[in-house]
Design a protein around this ligand. Sequence first.
Ligand SMILES: O=C(O)C(=O)C[C@H](O)C(=O)CO
Ligand SMILES: [Zn+2]
Length: 285
Amino acid sequence: MEQRYATHPDQVPGMDTQGLRDAFLLEQVFVPGEVTLVYTHHDRIVLGGAVPAGTVLTLPADPEIRSEYFLEHREVGIVNLGGTGTVTAGGETFTMPKGACLYLGRGTDGVELADATSADGGPEDAAQPGAQFYLFSAPAHTTYPNALVLPGEGNRLELGDPLTSNRRTLNQYVHENGVRSCQVVMGVTELHPGSMWNTMPAHTHDRRTECYLYFDVPDDARVVHLCGEPDQTRHLLVADRQAVISPSWSVHSGVGTASYSFVWAMAGENQAFSDMDTFPVTDMR
Ligand SMILES: O=C(O)C(=O)C[C@H](O)C(=O)CO
Ligand SMILES: [Zn+2]
């Protein structure tokens, strides 16, 4: 698995475009037939994708995690961004349509990810693309129960205003008052048609690392994602199904050239969603 060591905020002003992308952007998250994972030393998060493409995939216990199996010392949140898929874990099969979120707790072995099949064993809907599972995992000190949240079943927050182009629906799936976990906090935010800005005013949370995985970005559109310290921002141009790692000191906010959605997920010291420091845009540089 690819490893990325932690960065200090003072490194950012000296980075060129490629340096920023190498440090913070995951360009190729979903590769057909593969599990693709990145281990960031920021809060020891492992993130990536699994695309069964007609096969059955398992989560690898790569040497970097020094474990007998992937979830021996970890927990994972999974959001399906493709056609309906299944995850079999702990003797249960969870059916995940696009947008569903599955939490698997520490100690869950034998996890299998596949496309959903119809009664005759073929693809459930040949016209649908296969499942694309986005994975976000962090170390876990104890076991919380595995749990599935179907699209629309999370806690919904309506945020922003069309007049400031940031009207959006934030769905909380794994969080303090929902599916419980040791560290992972996870959900999906959908921009309303005509709204382009996420997470404005921007914030940091010095006690957590957060990753955004942008999806439903049209092929000819990009999200201009702001990163870096609030008084030293830089940007990344992000395409569909690419992910950004935001260390604790980095703002994470973006504007699209079209509407889009994103999976946000974080891990660290606490899980209080409101534990963030916001910055008026007039103070940002
Ligand atoms: O649109 C938003 O605002 C978000 O989705 C914010 C993220 O959930 C976040 O950054 C939480 O810390
Ligand atoms: Zn945040």
